[in-house]
Design a protein around this ligand. Structure first.
Ligand code: PHE
Length: 481
């Protein structure tokens, strides 16, 4: 039988150990890794020289509590020591002296074993009996490794020891393995790679060549991967980039002015409530443009009748955590108000004071986009969204009329999967009150879509938190995009 170096070593060692041994022992004895040993063992198994068995073994070890009791004495021992001094102690007083737990546990184990409780006092009636009980308990703890089932059960119940089931792999020689002769176990130089020198000098003749078998036992490495949510975001970005959109970015902290006022959201809108929005302790300075916005809110600036209220500048100056990514769209439009053609998008985090549940988080992502060009119109908006969702594999989508203070018409986007329709975002054409002050005459198409819910549909998850809690098993199980 042809044997590799490690196989020979393994057989030799097994012979020395009387024919069989556990992997743990072999690791120590041979100084090899578990992989090397299992490799050699699998080879030998195929050659019929060893068998590999799994055995379940129960192991007991001291719990932290058991450890403590061994060092400081069991509670009953410490209680007895106190009682031996005076024969009688007040329970409350003793609790203060040696600890509540020590006294209660000590009583529990010694009551009826030499002590009695009378009127809040502990009385040592039979010191010999108590001493015997303490010694018995202490000895069974000391000798727990050799204890009988009954004692183990008791120690487990007291929480002094802990139990662990371990699977042990045992490798044993078969008759074939046993009959391998010592001369066949001689260790020779073994090489895994032939060099030109080996061939030129003929030294390969003295060496054993190790064989390869790609079906051999080997642990499967866990490979790193991008987080599924990041992967999904990259996918979304690729789609918009391929449709000719430019990616933009923006701050998390923004003045309410850009997040709300510039979008013609009235100052008494419920979304501005402290209940819905995270407010910061700071304020921002407003651009001159705020005067125009103020005028629009108050009286419509010649475009419409406006909201007809006293616009409050201080409210607009307050900094908040952005509640939607549309803040970046309006800011971008303002900064590029002289450009004829705009096609930008972003995927960004937004923040709302929501309670957490399986489909809501106070922090989530939106897929935002805005486009304008001389010929832009409402059906271009619907077509663009349709194209986006179908690129992700969602072919059936529909639009329902909706309302946002800054768009007209406004729609909700619904996607059909798993037999039902799901609302995934909003879109619309910016109202003249938003765009005319910027000098934009063409129709500005905009949308803000939920990312997490879409990712959940995509990955088949039903709890949004699975995307945020780093549960490695779940993360590894999700498909690569
Ligand atoms: N900003 C809206 C939201 O957060 C979505 C939206 C964006 C609607 C752009 C219309 C236009 O739900």
């Amino acid at each position: 039988m042809e044997l590799s170096r490690n196989e020979k070593l393994l057989i030799k060692t097994l012979k020395e150990l009387g024919g069989s041994a556990s992997i743990d022992i072999l690791i120590k004895k041979l100084g090899m890794s578990i992989v090397e040993i299992m490799n050699a063992a699998s080879w030998l198994k195929m050659k019929g020289a060893v068998k590999i068995e799994e055995r379940l073994r129960t192991e007991y070890k001291l719990s932290p509590e058991g450890e403590k009791s061994l060092n400081q004495g069991l509670p009953e021992k410490r209680l007895l020591e106190s009682l031996l001094k005076s024969g009688k102690e007040n329970i409350e007083k003793l609790k203060n002296e040696i600890g509540k737990d020590v006294v209660s546990l000590g009583i529990a184990y010694l009551k009826g074993n030499g002590i009695e409780i009378i009127n809040g006092n502990i009385i040592l009636q039979d010191p010999e009996k108590a001493r015997y009980a303490v010694e018995t308990n202490t000895n069974s703890l000391k000798n727990y490794l050799n204890a009988d089932q009954e004692t183990l059960k008791r120690l487990l119940k007291r929480g002094l020891i802990e139990k662990r089931d371990i699977v042990e792999r045992i490798i044993s020689l078969t008759n074939v393995g046993n009959s391998i002769e010592d001369k066949d176990l001689e260790i020779r130089d073994e090489i895994t790679q032939l060099t030109p020198q080996d061939i030129q000098t003929g030294s390969w003749r003295e060496k054993d060549l190790k064989r390869y078998d790609i079906r051999m036992f080997a642990p499967l490495p866990d490979m790193g991967r991008e987080h599924p949510l990041s992967e999904f975001i990259s996918r979304v970005r690729r789609i918009f980039l391929s449709m000719g959109f430019k990616e933009i970015d923006g701050d998390y902290i923004v003045p309410a002015f850009w997040n709300m006022d510039a979008l013609y959201i009235p100052q008494d809108h419920p979304a501005r409530d402290m209940q819905d929005t995270f407010y910061m302790d700071s304020e921002s300075n407003l651009p001159d443009y705020a005067k125009t916005v103020e005028n629009i809110h108050k009286s419509g600036g010649g475009i419409s009748r406006g909201w007809r209220y006293e616009w409050n500048r201080e409210m607009a100056r307050k900094n908040i955590l952005r509640t939607h990514t549309t803040v970046n769209s309006i800011k971008y439009l303002y900064d590029h108000r002289n450009e004829e053609i705009i096609r930008v998008f972003m995927v960004g985090r937004v923040f709302r004071r929501e309670n957490m549940d399986p489909t809501h988080l106070p922090e989530f992502h939106q897929i935002e986009g805005v486009m304008v060009e001389p010929s832009s119109n409402f059906s271009m908006l619907l077509g663009t969204l349709h194209r986006f969702y179908s690129s992700l594999g969602f072919k059936e989508i529909k639009f329902k009329p909706s309302y946002f203070p800054y768009t007209e018409p406004s729609v909700e986007v619904h996607v059909f999967t798993d037999g039902k329709w799901l609302e995934l975002g909003g879109a619309g054409v910016f109202r003249p009150e938003v765009t005319i002050p910027l000098g934009i005459k063409d129709k500005v198409l905009a949308w803000g879509l939920g990312l997490e819910r879409l990712a959940m549909l995509y990955y088949g998850l039903n709890n949004i938190r699975d995307l945020y809690i780093a549960d490695l098993d779940i993360l590894r199980s999700l498909p690569l995009l």
